[in-house]
Design a protein. Structure first.
Length: 337
């Protein structure tokens, strides 16, 4: 416990950590202030007009579905100017995840139920960056300055010391992420009540938001551990920053372009960003025209394939776990002087 307490004090005393917390608060304040300034409570005329437009949009969807069924059955002649899917159930309003609602036709009105998830994505992205940078600088600065050597003189067990640092980092980041997300969402809920619309806050909404939040917290912890592991392997904070920049430029941009040139099938599966998106959203669909070449099963081929959350999570765990295990193995044997 003394080691963990000491590490927690060292972590909270770092100026870089304090700076990142200040930036987190500033980003949150600017987002909240901008939202509040750009929203207002809709009056009765605005609500009446929005309801009428939403009802008309739903009628148009139903009319399009009926026309698709008529074209499919041959009741109406084919119209080359309009596209209809071969399976009309794809545009059946009953099967849509979301139908037009009055809030869609209220410009300048903040709707918490509609905007909470995009706002949460923004917070998760910032916390992922926060965790990676703090994790890298936390161990990187100690390795560079000799702080780890001094600590080992007090507690001469390398793996115990490194595990305490990693555990303290993950615990601190998790607590900060939980507090930040609660305050963040509560603030926008108040904005929706006072200067906008709360929207439909039913059980499905909270379950969906909670699922995204939980997956986001896992992603934040993985990013923190990843930054910590790469900086440990490279013995410097800049090693993690360089690795992140190199991966983004060389692989996400360069390799993606090469894979497209050589017509590789399902090239998105080789990109870490694809698995991050699939995990965070509970699944993701990607387009690959290679899947349609030579296909004769249907009159047309859509060329989409799906990555579910479980394989995406396994990829993220394998990469993070592998680098973390390598960091512990190298740290155990490496000369720290």
């Amino acid at each position: 416990m003394n080691l963990v307490r000491a590490e927690l004090e060292r972590l909270s005393a770092r100026r870089f950590v304090q700076l990142m917390v200040v930036l987190l608060v500033l980003a949150f304040a600017v987002t909240a202030a901008t939202t509040l300034a750009g929203s207002h409570k809709p009056n009765a005329d605005e609500m009446s007009s929005a309801r009428a437009q939403a009802a008309e949009a739903r009628r148009d969807l139903e009319a399009t579905h009926q026309e698709c069924l008529a074209r499919q059955s041959g009741t109406l002649p084919a119209d080359t100017d309009r596209y209809f899917p071969s399976d009309c159930s794809e545009i059946d309003p009953i099967r849509q995840d979301r139908l037009p609602i009055p809030a869609d036709y209220l410009p300048g009105v903040f709707n918490f139920a509609e905007q909470a998830q995009p706002l949460l994505y923004f917070l998760i992205a910032f916390l992922v960056l926060f965790g990676f940078l703090v994790g890298a600088s936390y161990i990187g600065a100690d390795l560079t300055s000799g702080g780890v050597v001094n600590l080992l003189l007090w507690r001469p067990r390398r793996l115990t010391v490194l595990a305490a640092k990693l555990g303290t980092l993950l615990g601190a980041v998790l607590v900060l992420a939980l507090l930040a997300s609660v305050v963040y969402l509560a603030t926008f809920w108040v904005i929706g009540q006072a200067a906008g619309l709360p929207g439909r806050l039913d059980g499905d909404f909270w379950r969906s938001l909670g699922a995204v939040h939980g997956r986001g917290l896992v992603l934040v912890l993985l990013a923190s551990a990843l930054g910590f592991a790469i900086a440990t392997l490279g013995r410097h904070t800049s090693a993690a920053l360089g690795a992140l920049a190199a991966y983004a430029v060389v692989w996400e941009l360069g390799a993606r372009l090469v894979l497209e040139i050589v017509d590789a099938r399902k090239s998105d599966l080789f990109m870490l960003s694809s698995h991050i998106g699939a995990w965070l959203n509970g699944g993701a669909r990607f387009y690959d025209e290679q899947l349609c070449r030579g296909s004769t099963e249907f009159p047309y081929c859509e060329g989409f394939y799906t990555v579910t959350w479980l394989p995406a999570l396994l990829v993220l765990l394998a990469i993070t776990g592998g680098l973390t295990a390598a960091a512990f193995a190298v740290f155990r044997r490496r000369d720290l002087i």
